[in-house]
Write a protein that binds this ligand. Structure first.
Ligand SMILES: Cc1ncc(COP(=O)(O)O)c(C=O)c1O
Length: 496
């Protein structure tokens, strides 16, 4: 019965074009599944039976079946055969929206604000700049081989926009990884592949908040997130961060949030780890205000000391937390791939909106990444990177020892690719950073990340992008310059 149906379809397809035989079989079977002619859970004939019935080679049949399995249309159960999956990937239909154009050539008020606020783009990547990983360690030759392989296997649909959640095997690989390493309780359907955290945040801002709604931001905050919320027309309400992470006070609740953006594993940029009590407080506030919590887990892969930290999402019982991660730090930023995990109740709307707003694509790239993860290359890249960053971190911490004292202490060095040297509230950290820039060292003043508060002063110092040899060479210069500058600042403030 199935064979007859497939034979008719294959005959039709072969008249239409010159698709290879395994693609014709793949396409026929996929269509039969999508339009319900073969039902969910139905058992397929064995590859031997199919090859006899269809007069196709066994290899041809196996190639088609394995592709459908990889894409989530089929599941094979050891010893009992191949079945149509209970839930098959869906294609979403598109919606036509009226076109809009720019009225004039000058920037909007929002555009002026966006262009005029703090940005990472104008900061050169030099020793100690933060927020950047060492992508020179990326295994380029291996990646190239995987890409070539997937481009050789490419078929026309792979060049289309992607299914709205992204390539199914990649979503499955990520779900497995997040369940184990981040204690995120999730099904692969909840994962949406995006072009990185910026896009994940924009989706959340557009789908969960309206123009003028309030977003609580950590103060000091990540510029990237601040800008996305600004672009979405949200009202940013800064909430101070202390050593336990975001610290909402009663006064903050006078401006109730619609969204709460947090970096609980390693607050960016202070490095504070959100305590368990605060995690419960944030979840309770979200429940009380019917708000959504956006958890940006940007560098949790790199933890060097202290107990492992689970995700905030893992504690969420009300399905109010959305979790986002990125490959920018572990692989390389130009890859432009990240993932967003949404609660089950939001999956359909997020997929639809992602498709309509962003037209996601790059399936061959996603396929190569899925294999990179499945074959264990991701885990080895992570291991190598952790080891290399651990050495850089140790070297930087040792170099900074002479600067430390009651008014200069390090926070956030247990994890990530940067640490924060916290200084007294009367230190001009901007002037200090400028002084260091004159000797070729790029550190960022903590005050540049502050939204409202005046008391957070310090330097954000990165070691991810700085090779060990450069830290060994430039670390003592950094420390000497700091010791002198801090002594001068100290005596100046005593005279005042
Ligand atoms: C706090 C934070 N979140 C997320 C990211 C990653 O963003 P994306 O995936 O857009 O590259 C970064 C990168 O610098 C970051 O510092």
């Amino acid at each position: 019965m199935l064979s007859e149906l497939l034979l008719t379809d294959i005959a039709r397809l072969s008249q239409l074009g010159r698709l290879p035989l395994h693609r014709q079989l793949y396409e026929s079977l996929r269509r039969a599944i999508l339009d319900g002619r073969v039902g969910a859970g139905e058992r397929l004939p064995s590859s031997r039976e199919l090859s006899q019935d269809l007069a196709l080679s066994r290899n041809t049949v196996m190639a088609a079946l394995s592709q459908l399995t990889v894409e989530g249309y089929l599941v094979s159960r050891m010893g009992s055969g191949t079945f149509v999956a209970d839930q098959v990937p869906q294609r979403v239909t598109t919606m036509v929206l009226p076109a809009q154009g720019w009225a004039g050539s000058s920037l909007s008020v929002r555009g002026e604000r966006l262009a005029g606020s703090a940005s990472a783009a104008d900061l050169e990547v030099q020793p100690f700049s933060s927020g950047t990983a060492d992508f020179s360690a990326f295994p380029v030759a291996l990646w190239q081989r995987l890409q070539n392989k997937h481009w050789r296997m490419v078929y026309p649909e792979m060049l289309d926009y992607s299914d709205s959640g992204g390539y199914a095997p990649l979503r499955r690989a990520l779900a497995d990884y997040l369940r184990v390493s981040r204690s995120v309780p999730l099904q692969a359907e909840q994962v949406i592949i995006t072009s990185g955290t910026q896009q994940s945040l924009a989706l959340c801002a557009h789908l969960l908040a309206d123009h003028g709604d309030t977003v609580w931001l950590e103060d000091p905050a990540y510029w990237g997130a601040t800008k996305v919320f600004m672009a979405a027309g949200l009202h940013a309400h800064p909430v101070a961060v202390d050593h336990e992470g975001i610290a909402p006070a009663a006064a903050d609740e006078l401006t109730p949030p619609r969204l709460v953006y947090v970096t609980p594993s390693h607050q960016y940029p202070t490095g504070a780890v959100m305590s368990l009590a605060r995690r419960h407080q944030v979840l309770a506030l979200a429940r009380q205000h019917q708000a959504w919590v956006l958890e940006d887990d940007y560098d949790s892969e790199f933890r060097f000391s202290g107990p492992p930290i689970s995700s905030l999402t893992g504690l969420d019982r009300d399905e109010r937390v959305l979790y986002m991660g990125s490959f920018s730090k572990v692989l390389y930023p130009g890859l432009k791939l990240g993932h967003l995990v949404v609660p089950p109740g939001l999956v359909a709307s997020f997929r639809q909106a992602h498709y309509d707003l962003n037209r996601p694509g790059q399936l061959p790239l996603q396929a190569a990444l899925a294999e990179f993860i499945d074959m264990g290359h991701f885990a080895s890249a992570l291991r190598r990177a952790r080891q290399s960053y651990a050495e850089r971190r140790r070297c930087l911490l040792a170099a900074l020892q002479p600067c430390l004292g009651p008014d200069a202490r390090i926070t956030g060095a247990e994890q990530g690719l940067h640490l924060c040297l916290r200084l007294a509230a009367d230190v001009d950290d901007g002037a200090l950073a400028a002084q260091l820039a004159r000797v070729g060292l790029t550190v960022r003043p903590l005050s540049a990340y502050c939204l409202r508060r005046q008391d957070a002063r310090g330097l954000v110092i990165g070691y991810g992008y700085t090779p060990l040899a450069d830290i060994e060479r430039c670390g003592p210069l950094l420390a000497r310059t700091l010791v002198t500058a801090l002594a001068q600042a100290h005596s100046a403030s005593r005279k005042r």
